[in-house]
Ligand binder design. Sequence first.
Ligand code: NAI
Ligand code: MG
Length: 500
Amino acid sequence: MGKDIEPGKDRRPQRATAWEYAPAPESKDIVSIQDRYGLFIGGKFVEPLSGRYFDTIDPSNEEKLAEVADAGPEDVDLAVTAARSAWDSDWAGLPGKDRAKFLYRIARALQERSREFAVLESMDGGKPIKESRDVDVPLAAAHFFYYAGWADKLDYAFPHRSARPLGVAGQIIPWNFPLLMAAWKLAPALATGNTAVLKPAETTPLTALLLAEVIQEVELPPGVVNIVTGAGETGAAVVRHPGVDKIAFTGSTEVGKLIRRAVAGTSKRLTLELGGKAANIVFEDAPLDQAIEGIVNGIYFNQGHVCCAGSRLLVQESVFEPVLEKLKERLQTLRVGDPLDKNTDLGAINSRQQLEKIEELVEAGVEEGAQMYQPECLLPERGFWFRPTLFTGVSQSHRIAREEIFGPVLSILTFRTPEEALEKANNTPYGLSAGVWTEKGSRILWMTERLRAGVIWANTYNRFDPASPFGGYKESGFGREGGLHGLAPYLELVDGGGSR
Ligand code: NAI
Ligand code: MG
């Protein structure tokens, strides 16, 4: 029942506080979480030789969800050995159409169990259920479907060259899109005939372990996918292992640099997908209401834990005021809270460590003289939370304009001409993504040709498709994932070979 409306009173809904959404929590009953998880090696869950376990918690209430094995170098060695023997014995020689069948089965199983995966993802990592349900899980399934399609067509993908798998791929993934990043790594590796040792992030291992169950169910040959949980040390052991032929890493630029040093001088292939500080550029002729939604989606999606987040908003000076006003109004309507509530827009920050990093950078922004705006909203008492935040009065030298915050924090700068927008957008050590908002097609083309970013969205933001390659320039890394381009990093391509 709504409240009575007095005659003559403005009937438009008042912003934010006029009415509230009733709670709409998704049930947790669909997931069954074990007390303790071993490592997934050679098709089986095994206890770690290290004897160590660590806790993974729900960041929205700090409650422990499960204990997870902490793989030591000896465990990583077992996983690599299992991956090598699977590659030698059957996997690499299996016809592509048969490899494809396994990928299709995994994709279908993800769809069948999508609700379970979505709830578990939101519990372990804090992201809103509407995102895990509508973005992470469907895109993960789509990725397996897409690469299943390539498995028997590698000769067509690379005409006049013969494509050979590399061997064992060591794959290290972050906590912002745990299942989706597992799919981005495993699907192309398997489609091309490699085997894999996957290292999920320490705060979000549970959906990778549920994926291990799916892998058992679909009867993927043992050892084709191995999953070793643990923190940075475990990742470093995967990188160092001499039996690994290729490393694929997604995470911080800092760790990316360490990994690049560690593989220098070895024959290991490497792809790095690292951080970003993307410019989302709004011209005065842009459809502003649509742009507001794109700005919000660009920086507040997944609490801003997104490497391609549109964290630097560049607004043409003539529309700065209306954009700011609309944006502030829109921020007041964002709902922050229980990740499992279907109406939640911003869930929990992934970890205490990440929250501290966001707080530190936001403090730096205030100290350096930028003006902060946050809507009023109540935050739950337990767990890790941060209000959607924006800064105006930001100059290019401020830390909040240069460093990746990886949280729901937007820095707004202005520009007068397209040249100035371009100069500011490219003034960053990163180069992963960018957004351009304008009615003019020619301006979109002019900008996209000159922006040094791997992915550029026009009049939209944060859209993903498995057929579309993704990756960076400069300190955002190198190599592409997704699309035809995403096959190449897992293949040795020999000129003159191939059947056509
Ligand atoms: P991180 O780079 O430490 O973690 C990513 C993965 O690398 C995790 O699985 C971690 O266990 C592993 N790892 C850590 N140290 C390693 C090492 N020496 N060798 C091999 N693997 C290692 O990222 P972290 O500390 O969780 O986040 C710090 C910042 O990094 C964030 O605030 C954000 O700015 C950025 N980041 C960027 C991501 C992206 O998608 N590009 C994802 C995660 C973080
Ligand atoms: Mg967790």
